[in-house]
Design a protein around this ligand. Structure first.
Ligand SMILES: Cc1cc2nc3c(=O)[nH]c(=O)nc-3n(C[C@H](O)[C@H](O)[C@H](O)COP(=O)(O)OP(=O)(O)OC[C@H]3O[C@@H](n4cnc5c(N)ncnc54)[C@H](O)[C@@H]3O)c2cc1C
Length: 284
């Protein structure tokens, strides 16, 4: 006897899609969440990064739109207000697109707690054991901090904590040259933080077409030093930057966005089958 036809672990985009489709097909579905409902995209991924990118673009364009006779000025960034607005957006979308949607499906039960696979369709959630005919692992990934020498000498950020900082940093070192690194670098640079991007591959976005990968390096604020792109803050020439920095040397803040570690193995998945690969990817 099963408690559920389908038990989905994780309420991110993947888990939500699986649960909703299961309910639409007539299954009795449970969806389990240990953290914040909605997973990465709405809480710490697509939504916060895109809203901050948009804000950064608006600020950048206020000083760099190129239209003669149109007078705009960059008058500063109120970082706490910007972050608070972003949080309000996340909260609204989480309610509307996740909690309200789950509540609208009679056939879906939300279980709160950490799920662990017990074999043969049994899943432990907190203290209770559930049996399900099918189990879907939609446990996503989490940021992985690289074991670099000297890492302990800087305040390490992940893509998650970088977008919730209480204050805007004056400088930021971003390690990685793929989408998340470029998004974060772009946000901070356009809002006035001095950003240095470190990448080990010969070009940015190594998996993309060269024409796409070359575009970020052509941005006016980007200049290449050896293997790295340095994005100077808008409206700040290096000279002006030194002046506004009052000659003080700042310890850079490092944001690590290079790799994601899978959650699957922490839910008890093992080889063969869905689980964590050596590189931190899920294997199927
Ligand atoms: C900064 C950033 C920007 C991004 N921008 C984009 C974008 O613009 N477009 C795009 O397509 N993608 C983007 N992504 C990627 C996208 O967010 C993820 O690919 C997507 O959210 C993954 O969804 P998921 O359902 O697989 O996992 P997740 O959304 O990570 O959800 C997994 C959920 O499972 C829960 N969980 C894990 N283990 C357990 C357990 N054992 N028990 C119970 N619950 C558990 C977690 O708490 C989490 O809530 C971005 C990511 C980041 C970090």
């Amino acid at each position: 006897m099963y408690d559920y036809d389908l038990l989905v672990i994780g309420t991110g985009g993947g888990g939500m899609a699986a649960a909703i489709r299961g309910a639409e097909l007539g299954a009795r579905v449970a969806i389990v969440e240990a953290g914040t409902i909605g997973g990465t995209c709405v809480n710490r991924g697509c939504v916060p990064s895109k809203t901050l990118m948009r804000a950064a673009l608006v600020y950048h364009q206020a000083g760099h739109h190129g239209f003669a006779g149109v007078h705009t000025r960059q008058e500063g960034v109120d970082w706490p207000k910007l972050i608070a607005q972003k949080e309000a957006l996340i909260e609204g979308l989480r309610q509307e697109k996740y909690l309200d949607v789950l509540a609208a499906y009679d056939r879906i039960t939300l279980l709160r707690g950490w799920a662990r696979l017990q074999g043969e369709g049994r899943v432990a959630v907190s203290e209770r054991l559930y049996r399900a005919q099918y189990v879907v692992l939609a446990t996503g990934a989490r940021p992985h901090i690289l074991p670099l020498e000297g890492i302990e000498t800087v305040e390490v950020l992940t893509s998650t904590t970088a977008m919730t900082l209480p204050q805007q940093p004056r400088s930021l070192l971003v390690i990685g040259g793929r989408a998340v690194a470029l998004e974060l670098g772009q946000i901070f640079a356009r809002l006035g933080t001095r950003v240095t991007l470190l990448q080990r591959s010969p070009r940015l976005l190594p998996e993309h077409e060269p024409v796409i990968a070359e575009a970020p390096g052509r941005l006016p604020a980007a200049r290449r030093t050896g293997g790295a792109h340095r994005g100077a803050p808008p409206g700040h020439s290096p000279g002006r930057q030194r002046k506004s920095g009052a000659g003080r040397r700042q310890r850079p803040t490092a944001a690590f966005s290079c790799r994601a570690g899978a959650h699957g193995h922490r839910a008890g998945a093992q080889h063969p089958g869905p689980g964590a690969g050596d590189a931190g990817h899920c294997q199927a």
